[in-house]
Design a protein around this ligand. Structure first.
Ligand SMILES: [Fe+2]
Length: 203
């Protein structure tokens, strides 16, 4: 599937369109601050956007989610416990269909309790769970460094190393990177125990 990475707003957020090129079915991830660049791209590429998905409920990721879904004729999607209150509530291991492809929801709490990643078998959209060179804050309401450590090591790091990580913010030296390279560079992956990780997060 094809990925469009779209910078949005003043906080270095990334929104995404994930596209099944055969059917032109697509989903949007984290509309964030503005709908216009996403709607324009969907229109110029003749996409049928079925879902507008949240990686978690923080406002810089979901601010325009309802508006974007209305403009695209899509439905909103978020984790079942999220205060976002979407049209479609998903759980861990649920799937979203694009053409002949399944996009898998992976519950990855730690930055927030409602954090999820979306995985199509090649690309992993990590929201604020994992950034290039960094990881999500654990000191905000619902945050937990122990849960984030487990999400990073037990849920994400077991995926194939050629998986490409697409984060929720442009905080790294490059905008996206393979999991294999990330595993060798990111201090959160280099931490080999939860206590090592807690020393990094200073929680
Ligand atoms: Fe966040």
């Amino acid at each position: 599937m094809k990925v469009y990475q779209i910078p949005v707003g003043p906080m270095q957020n990334f929104a995404y369109l994930l596209v099944d090129e055969e059917s032109r079915e697509a989903l949007a991830i984290d509309s964030g601050w503005e709908t216009e660049p996403i709607v324009k791209l969907a229109s110029s590429e003749k996409l049928r956007v079925k879902y507008v998905c949240a990686t978690h409920g923080h406002y810089d990721h979901v601010k325009t989610m309802g508006k974007l879904a209305a403009e695209l004729g899509a439905v909103t999607v978020a984790f079942e416990g999220s205060e976002v209150n979407p049209k479609v509530k998903v759980r861990d291991a649920d799937t979203l269909r694009l053409g002949q492809n399944d996009v898998i929801v992976m519950h990855t709490p730690g930055h927030t309790e409602d954090s999820v990643c979306y995985y199509d078998g090649s690309h992993l959209f990590t929201g604020d769970t994992l950034f290039v060179d960094a990881w999500g804050r654990t000191d905000l309401p619902g945050g937990s460094s122990a849960k984030l450590y487990s999400s990073l090591h037990d849920v994400i790091l077991v995926l194939p190393e050629e998986t490409v990580i697409y984060p929720g913010h442009d905080y790294g030296e490059v905008p996206f990177r393979t999991l294999g390279e990330e595993s060798r560079k990111n201090p959160a992956f280099l931490a080999k125990t939860v206590d090592d990780f807690k020393r990094l997060t200073q929680d």
